[in-house]
Design a protein around this ligand. Structure first.
Ligand SMILES: [Cu+2]
Length: 296
């Protein structure tokens, strides 16, 4: 539903660039004043007008400047956004996705020069603030080599990705196998982002041969019920720090132990309803941590 919204928004916007520049400034001012009111789910319509064209550059992003040496505009604000592919992940006050770099060490950025041009640091000029869902005790800062303060979460320095153009974009996910969106707990989210969005469970059945994702998060399967076409491969990814399993009630599949970040795949070739559960936190018949795949 978000995707459809963005699509219609994109095709409907055709302002001349000089008008957009003024509009973008007004939007930045409006959004800046709204920073004091944390929101768990920024409205997609709010940040989108600031980057309406495919020519949008990182310079339009909040708190960033040119050449990877952005200037902080005040205390940074981070909050949580959700989509059905990645679950809940960290964004800035305008809904722009934030990333961690697995080559960084705790509280120390190793991303400078060209790296910092592609991945502008989330800078702050004061203690960063956390919106709804953010664990404020995990927020911190690290000083970059130019003396600027970068926001950290769970020790990970946070970055933007220059190719993200609007709120909700997560095109930096898995770039180089070292950049990840950041979970509420401050860990990398390992769920793949498909370049072409697959239809969601809410949109009805899937085309055969497709792959769909189920997240194991907060001791639940998300989505809990998924309807797919025969031939669909379901990929379960454990985003919790606790181990889980994916075990069919009828025994037709069993992942065994899945630690954090581990995945399990199963291709459903026959029609039917396949109930499954986590053997540590659920049971047969939909007890506790359980879900079902409806194949039709
Ligand atoms: Cu479990």
């Amino acid at each position: 539903m978000y995707r459809g919204f963005y699509r219609s928004l994109k095709s409907g916007v055709a302002y001349p660039r000089f008008r957009m520049a003024g509009f973008a400034l007004i939007m930045l001012a409006l959004v800046a004043t709204a920073c004091a009111a944390p929101s768990a789910a920024p409205a997609p319509a709010q940040p989108a007008p600031a980057q309406p064209t495919s020519e949008a550059t990182p310079q339009l992003l909040p708190a960033t400047g040119t050449g990877g040496t952005p200037s902080p505009t005040g205390p940074a604000m981070v909050t949580i956004k959700q989509n059905d592919k990645l679950g809940q992940f960290m964004v800035d006050s305008k809904g722009m996705t934030l990333y961690l770099y697995t080559k960084d060490s705790k509280n120390t950025s190793t991303c400078y020069d060209k790296c910092a041009t592609a991945w502008p640091a989330l800078l702050t000029s004061g203690a960063p603030a956390g919106g709804a869902g953010v664990d404020a005790s995990l927020l911190g800062t690290t000083t970059r080599t130019d003396g600027k303060m970068q926001v950290t979460y769970n020790g990970w320095p946070l970055y933007y990705w220059f190719k993200d153009q609007k709120a909700g974009d997560t095109t930096g996910q898995l770039v180089g196998g070292v950049w990840f969106v950041v979970s509420q707990k401050g860990d990398k989210i390992t769920t793949p982002t498909n370049p072409t969005p697959a239809p969601t469970a809410a949109a009805g059945g899937q085309a055969a041969g497709q792959t769909v994702q189920v997240d194991l998060k907060n001791f639940a399967f998300s989505p809990k019920t998924l309807t797919v076409a025969p031939g669909t491969t379901v990929v379960w990814t454990n985003s919790d720090s606790a181990a889980h399993t994916v075990k069919a009630d009828d025994g037709s599949f069993d992942s065994g132990n899945l630690n954090q970040g581990a995945t399990f795949k199963f291709t459903f070739s026959k029609a039917g309803t396949f109930a499954y559960f986590c053997m540590y936190h659920g049971g047969k018949g939909g007890v506790g941590m359980a879900g079902q795949i409806i194949v039709k």
